[in-house]
Design a protein around this ligand. Structure first.
Ligand code: D5M
Ligand code: FE
Ligand code: ZN
Length: 547
């Protein structure tokens, strides 16, 4: 029995449109005549069924002693020529593929990156298993995964009230102010905007507000205007003060506190300090109480000519191997498909032109993933949901198309808690904005995690409204980061980057789409087919490459 068999069994099933749980794959792979067992097991499924379980396979094996290795000693020559013939042939071809995959995975091992490479964390070189993972002896000990259902919070799906009316923008910004100012209030002795002008000139004052305007004065200083529910008030940041560097990091509409002294005419605050809601430095993330892992990915872009199909299949196959047995969750942070009409001339690079066909093809790709892995997905800007954020999850029709894998489908953003670890999943459109607006050392495409740190500091996933990021005004600002997450997971910029900010692991998870013509024209070199694997019990991360 070739060692690669579990992978080939999984592929064969996926090709036929079935998802199988790990137990089913293992039983078929270990059967004396895998091809016949597979055929028989599939035959027992009702026409509409897509999921093959270990019980199905056991039922077939109980009925048919020929497939029970204990009952009939294997006869190699016979089984090769008869029962196994056809599939063995197919699998023989697959074997060549697998060998490449194997080879690549060998490299993947060498290429495995750790948090330590990227930041100052400690991590083992590769704790996802030794060798290429296709170890038959180990496979025997592999049991079914038993993920717990994820808890989902902060999901707009089904609760959207916004119609886009002006008053709703007032409401959502008021909510943003209320919730973020709450986090700053205890730290400064602040006053409402409409009473500051009545205070004694020269006195110490503080105000909490949303940044309404940032402009430089004729003499090169900065005027930052804050707005609260009573009005606006300006603060002056002198250009030669250290604080001027902080102004570079300010975004419109974010919530900050300014402290300083009131000018002689009581018309502005000379700013001494600016505070952000931020994450406490002492934050201690929660961890799982068992050894279990999650794979975090994004930007699959099925339907694009650049979709990295082979790499995806290598990844999915690897998930069937013992090296991946601890991976019980797969989180996908948006852009499942390439979509249609997302960017000008996008249609020239489409492999599949119909949006529903794209989701059908995506669903097929999901079938290659072991059926006992819990999948959670949120939409991105290429997906067929409203573009304005917060984005509700896929509608019924799309859920139906993607139902094979029984994934948890939730909005963008969502807080997904798995094994006690809270993961803030957000697709990441605001990252483009941050990278454009902030100084390079604070946000760049090469280090997308730096931009994520800024979002954590601002406690909002998309502070600046009006540029690339579209806001849907709800009665509640879903984009505020109320609770500090243990992990912050984004995608969108197609670059891999991760690190810790005040003990929160921030990871942008690259993509499964090779460089597009647009990306080539602007020199974006995407990080394709990387799968960050997170240990939920230690929050250490390793990255597997499937390129
Ligand atoms: O976004 C992938 C990345 O590339 C993201 O940083 C936006 C950027 N991008 C890609 N195509 C375009 C066009 N045509 N205009 C502007 N920016 C673009 P994704 O959401 O996967 O397209
Ligand atoms: Fe994308
Ligand atoms: Zn995107």
């Amino acid at each position: 029995m070739p060692l690669e068999t579990p992978v080939r069994v999984a592929r064969e099933l996926a090709d036929r449109g079935y998802v199988a749980d790990r137990g089913a794959v293992t039983l078929i792979a270990e059967a004396d005549t895998p091809a016949a067992t597979l055929e028989a097991a599939v035959d027992t499924l009702p026409a509409a069924a897509v999921k093959l379980t270990a019980d199905h396979v056991r039922a077939v094996q109980a009925d048919d002693p020929v497939d029970d290795p204990a009952a009939v000693p294997p006869d190699g020559a016979d089984s090769d020529d008869t029962d196994d013939g056809e599939l063995a042939d197919d699998m023989g071809r697959a074997d060549d593929d697998t060998e490449t995959a194997d080879d690549d995975m060998g490299r993947a091992d060498d290429d495995t990156e750790t948090v330590a490479d990227n930041d100052d964390n400690e991590s083992t070189a590769d704790d996802t298993g030794s060798g290429n993972g296709f170890d038959a002896a180990e496979a025997e000990t592999v049991g079914d995964r038993e993920p717990s259902p994820p808890e989902i919070d902060n999901d707009v799906t089904g609760d959207s009230t916004g119609t886009g009316a002006y008053e709703e923008f007032v409401t959502v910004f008021r909510d943003r102010y209320e919730r973020l100012s709450e986090q700053l209030r205890g730290r400064v002795n602040h006053r409402p905007a409409d009473t500051i002008g009545e205070m004694t000139p020269g006195s110490q004052v503080a105000m909490v507000g949303l940044v309404n305007d940032i402009r430089s004065t004729a003499s090169g200083h900065w005027l930052v205007e804050l707005e609260d529910t009573t009005g606006t008030f300006p603060a002056l940041v002198m250009k030669d003060r250290e604080l001027a560097a902080t102004v570079d990091k300010l975004l419109l509409d974010e919530c900050v506190a300014v402290e300083g002294s009131l000018s002689d005419d009581a018309g502005l605050i000379f700013a001494d300090d600016i505070h952000f809601p931020d994450v406490p430095r002492t934050y201690r993330p929660s961890t799982a109480d068992r050894e279990v892992q999650a794979a975090l990915i994004s930007d699959v872009h099925v339907g694009s000519q650049e979709f990295a199909a082979e790499a995806w299949e290598r990844f999915a196959s690897w998930l069937h191997t013992p090296a991946a047995e601890k991976i019980e969750y797969l989180l996908i942070a948006g852009d499942m498909v390439e979509g249609v009409g997302v960017y000008p001339d996008q249609d020239e690079e489409l492999d599949i032109v119909d949006i529903y066909d794209q989701y059908r093809a995506f669903s097929e790709r999901l079938k290659s993933v072991p059926g006992d892995i819990e999948i959670v997905m949120i939409p991105g800007n290429h997906d067929a949901v409203r573009l304005a954020e917060p984005q509700p999850a896929f509608n019924e029709r799309l859920r139906e198309i993607m139902s094979a894998h029984d994934a948890r489908i939730t909005g963008n953003p969502s807080v997904v808690t798995i094994e006690g670890v809270s993961v803030l999943m957000y697709h990441g459109v605001s990252l483009d904005e941050l990278i454009a607006e902030l100084p390079d050392d604070k946000a760049s495409y090469d280090d997308p995690q730096e931009a994520m740190y800024q979002l954590l500091k601002k406690r909002h996933v998309a502070p600046q409204y009006g540029g690339k990021m579209r806001l849907a005004p709800e009665d509640h600002d879903y984009l505020v980061i109320d609770e500090v997450p243990d992990v912050f997971h984004t995608g969108h910029v197609h670059k891999l980057g991760w690190g810790q900010y005040h003990n929160v692991l921030a990871v942008n998870t690259g993509c499964w789409q090779h460089q597009t013509a647009f990306q080539k024209s602007v020199n974006i070199d995407p990080d394709v087919a990387h799968a960050p694997i997170l240990d939920l019990d230690t929050l250490e991360m390793t990255v597997r490459k499937f390129v």
